[in-house]
Write a protein that binds this ligand. Structure first.
Ligand SMILES: C/C(NCc1cnc(C)nc1N)=C(/S)[C@H](O)COP(=O)(O)OP(=O)(O)O
Length: 562
């Protein structure tokens, strides 16, 4: 078999640990898809559309560390760019690979199908450059190895998406074979002088502090320092809180864990603990308008040691030239013991069991889902009140929560969990998704049927966009109701249809019905189970109401008059 450009790409994707890649066919990428199939190092998984394809790749990268999505030029790529924007926002190295026009068409004056009808096809590359850390157009086999390596190496180092477009008549051209993958995985050697200076300044900061608290942020996983953070917490002996977007990034069974810090909607006691501390170590935080509750609760300033993936800021000095992981390890070696913030034992909030016969409530639904979560569960929390339901859950060690609180594209969770489930078949996959979000990407349940993924979907039917209603209500927040449970039968290929799928659709209007549905879901191991939880529209978390008021006030600030 001649080794081709497409085989080179396939070899590199396999070398960096991918076992799958995601694709939607189009005539610009068919020859490339053939090369990937011929190589066989990664299984080709198909999506219903390119938006879902990019989200499935993003979900795969959350578990596997990296992912690849292959789509067709323009009509496919521009859809996929939404999920790539999300991968950028969420610090996930997804390689977006687009088929591209035949090299003979460049500069020919030809108008090509699927394009915007001009003779310049560069617009896609220009768009991709805005949302990736590296972008290359492959029009020759000779330059392909260097371009492919550059894109993959940069994505892995920066933990951000990258972009390749490959001309459709180049994908099967003969190409040199790649060398060791180590050339793609190396990191710069840390600048020891800067690391020592940052350490010295940080130890001086800590020596002068009494009540020290760690606040774990959502870029900590991309910084690959979750274990190092536990070691730091053990050495300091202090309280540890997490931001909502980093829920599960620190073990909640750890003796120092003290809940979620989210300003005025924090776990009980967490706001006081963080805001009254005289020294807060923030690890890879993302401070945006949502995480700071409309800029009210920003933990920065003289009492903060801020440790970011590429920079440490403390005592009004800032240091760079080393990785967060290296700094945290060095700090742990010399950090003093600071147990003063651990005054009382942590009392996690547990929800009371409701009357099984009573109409289902948001609290009872959350309580039962929390009971379902075990050490091998990955729980996806879709944008909406599901964020707040996940934040208030108590997690066993090993449980994972996935959310998309920076990008916040509703519907992300359904395709994303497809990718995540393929990356970790040994784990249980559960998603909480509202009716509004589900309507954007519902068709990806069909891929759960196709690939026999036993995902448990809690479809939270509160009849509209409740988070938006709480922020700012209007007719635009109300949607057509679907028969969500009934939809699954269609994805099975119809009753007795040729689809032959094992999806299951159930409804729950009481606690008892929900408990029964969950037991059925646990037994349905060859396909998804969608449990439509019917809630009253007004039944949402108090945290959402309080947070929504504050965010609404921030959104309605008057323009500054100069
Ligand atoms: C419409 C929108 N956000 C605006 C929006 C619109 N379009 C995209 C792609 N992403 C977005 N976040 C949001 S959060 C809805 O409340 C989601 O509704 P639902 O899934 O039903 O959840 P809740 O009822 O819990 O809010």
């Amino acid at each position: 078999m001649t080794f081709t450009v497409g085989h080179y790409l396939a070899e590199r994707l396999t070398q960096i640990g991918l076992k799958h890649h995601f694709a939607v066919a189009g005539d610009y990428n068919l020859i490339l898809l053939d090369q990937l199939l011929e190589h066989g190092g990664t299984k080709q998984i198909y999506s219903c559309n390119e938006l879902n394809c990019s989200f499935s790749a993003e979900g795969y990268a959350r578990e596997n560390g990296a992912a690849a999505a292959i789509i067709t030029f323009s009509v496919g790529a521009i859809s996929a760019m939404n999920g790539i924007g999300g991968a950028y926002a969420e610090n996930l190295p997804v390689i977006l690979i687009s088929g591209a026009p035949n090299t003979n068409d460049y500069g020919s004056g030809h108008v090509l199908h699927h394009t915007i009808g001009t003779t310049n096809y560069n617009y896609q590359m220009e768009m991709a450059k805005q949302i990736t850390v590296a972008a290359e157009s492959i029009v020759s086999a000779e330059t392909a190895p260097a371009q492919i390596d550059h894109v993959i190496r940069t994505a892995l180092r920066e933990k951000k998406p990258a972009y390749l477009e490959i001309a459709c008549n180049v994908a099967n051209l003969p190409c040199a074979r790649p060398g060791p993958v180590s050339s793609l995985l190396s990191h710069p050697i840390p600048d020891q002088e800067s690391l020592n200076a940052a350490l010295k300044e940080s130890l001086s900061f800590l020596e002068k502090r009494n009540k020290v608290v760690i606040l774990v942020g959502s870029k900590l996983r991309a910084a690959e320092a979750l274990e190092e953070t536990v070691a730091l917490a053990d050495k300091l002996g202090c309280a540890v809180t997490v931001m909502a977007a980093s829920k599960s990034f620190f073990p909640e069974t750890h003796p120092g864990f003290r809940g979620v810090y989210w300003g005025e909607v924090s776990s009980p006691g967490a706001q006081k603990l963080v805001e009254e501390a005289d020294g807060v170590i923030t690890l890879a935080p993302v401070w945006n308008d949502y995480s700071s509750v409309g800029w009210r609760n920003l933990i920065q300033g003289n009492n903060v040691l801020e440790v970011n993936p590429d920079r440490v800021t403390v005592n009004d000095r800032t240091f760079e030239g080393f990785r967060l992981k290296e700094f945290v390890k060095a700090l742990t070696e010399r950090a003093p013991s600071k147990p003063a913030s651990l005054t009382e034992n942590y009392k996690p909030v547990t929800l009371p069991k409701a009357d099984p016969a009573a109409p289902l409530t948001n609290d009872e639904m959350t309580r039962q889902i929390n009971d379902l979560v075990d050490e091998k569960t990955t729980l996806f929390a879709e944008t909406g009140d599901s964020w707040f339901n996940a934040a208030r859950m108590n997690l066993p060690k090993g449980a994972k929560v996935e959310s998309e609180m920076q990008w916040g594209h509703i519907g992300w969770s359904v395709p994303s969990i497809v990718g995540n489930a393929l990356a970790a078949p040994e784990r249980r996959h559960v998603v909480m998704v509202g009716d509004g979000s589900f309507q954007l990407t519902a068709q990806e349940v069909a891929q759960m049927v196709r690939y026999e993924l036993p995902v448990i979907i809690f479809l939270v039917n509160n009849y509209g966009y409740v988070i938006e209603i709480k922020i700012h209500d209007g007719p635009y927040n109300y949607i057509q109701n679907w028969d969500y449970a009934g939809l699954v039968q269609n994805f099975n290929g119809g009753v007795g249809g040729e689809g032959g799928g094992h999806g299951l659709g159930l409804k729950a209007t009481t606690g008892a019905e929900l408990a029964e549905a969950i037991e059925k879901a646990k037994k349905n191991t060859r396909g998804p189970t969608l449990i439509e939880c019917k809630l009253d529209r007004e039944d949402c978390t108090e945290a959402l109401v309080e947070w929504g008021k504050r965010v609404a006030a921030t959104n309605s600030r008057k323009p500054k008059v100069n």
